[in-house]
Design a protein around this ligand. Structure first.
Ligand code: NAP
Length: 321
């Protein structure tokens, strides 16, 4: 089968399209013929190992799993002997940051992992983009313990995580203020944001609203900058470590005092989350934003685009028609 393989950490060029053996499912696994995947910041982060800490998961000196692609959508081609939930021919999607494999024509995954049948109203391309941004957004929303009727601010509402966060917060009955660029104001309004601040014309820190939760989905702000906008027990979460790893330090110290806090939750993905997201998609309450698509042979170009930090939502990697 064809797959994008990386044998060492580094720039986009370390990802090479190759012929590799098709995987065989273990007794508790399914073999998925992948139709679509995404190229996202998680794939890019593990490939580059820009943050050394990622190597504790992916391999200290070289990657343990050489085919990236944490998101996938496709059709089950084979089931292991002990598989009971899925059957050959099922259309499925999911998230796999344990053994990865979405950037290849076939992958294997345990049936108990984050995989379920695709929502009945979407294509493989859309299904492939459901999980990554939404998974990080959901973990952070849950950690903030925000409740229906409270205010949240999403900074960077046009990324994969930010665009999912706006929709998920609205699902939970939160009043959402979203910050984005001029060209995406209408998009972010359509995602459900109650108030949209265009950061190119307005300074979001001057808003009079106070928030229980400020979620910096692109890691471009700081706690110091956002603290005045938080309510007394408000929570600030960023998707990045911050200058001099400040967000980790603050997550360890600010909760001790019980006032305005920084959190840095470790994201956990499981089958319940994919099923929850599937149900939201079927109810029309969540729709992943799609920017553009590439094919396997364009992987380097795809990574370079994703790493500009300027994609709008998700970038699809088309594997089969
Ligand atoms: N902690 C983790 O495990 C984890 C996992 C995945 C991703 N991440 C991190 O999470 C962040 C978001 O990932 P993502 O995939 O959602 O991002 P993304 O899709 O790459 O975000 C890009 C979007 O952010 C907007 N943006 C860029 N600079 C901005 C600024 N200063 N103010 C407001 N908006 C800005 C861009 O629009 P404009 O530039 O046009 O405004 C673009 O639409 C990244 O920093 C990534 O490294 C963390």
């Amino acid at each position: 089968m064809k797959a994008v393989v990386y044998t060492k950490y580094g720039p986009p060029e370390v990802a090479v399209l190759k012929e590799v053996p098709k995987p065989t499912p273990k007794d508790n696994e399914v073999l998925v013929k992948v139709y679509a995947s995404t190229v996202n910041r998680t794939d890019a982060g593990f490939r580059s190992a820009e943050y050394f800490v990622s190597r504790f998961w992916s391999g200290l000196f070289k990657p343990n799993h050489q085919i990236l692609g944490c998101e996938f959508a496709g059709i089950i081609e084979e089931t292991g002997k002990q598989v009971t939930i899925f059957q050959k021919g099922d259309h499925v999607f999911g998230f796999n940051d344990k053994s990865w494999g979405g950037h290849g024509e076939y992958l294997t995954i345990a049936e108990s992992d984050a995989i379920t049948t695709i929502p009945n109203n979407v294509t493989f391309d859309v299904a492939a983009a459901i999980t990554e941004g939404a998974h990080y957004a959901l973990n952070n929303i849950k950690a903030s313990e925000i409740e229906s009727g409270q205010n949240a601010l999403v900074y960077g509402a046009t990324g994969a995580i930010g665009s999912a966060a706006v929709q998920l917060l609205k699902h939970f009955g939160i009043n959402v203020t979203a910050v984005c660029n001029t060209k995406n104001v209408d998009l972010v309004k359509a995602l459900g944001a109650d108030v949209v601040i265009d950061y190119q014309t307005k300074d979001f820190t001057k808003t009079a609203t106070r928030f229980h939760f400020i979620f910096d989905a692109v890691g471009k702000s700081s706690f110091g900058q956002c603290k005045p906008l938080l309510t007394n027990k408000g929570v600030y979460i960023s998707t990045e470590l911050g200058k001099n790893v400040a967000n980790i330090f603050l997550a360890l110290t600010t909760p001790i005092f019980g006032g305005k806090r920084v959190l840095f939750p470790i994201p956990v993905m499981n089958k319940e989350t994919v099923i929850f997201l599937k149900q939201l998609v079927e109810k029309g309450e969540y729709k992943p934003v799609i920017d553009r698509q590439y094919i396997l042979s364009q992987i380097v170009e795809a990574y370079k685009y994703v790493e500009t930090g300027q994609k709008t939502g998700n970038v699809i990697l088309k594997i089969a028609d």
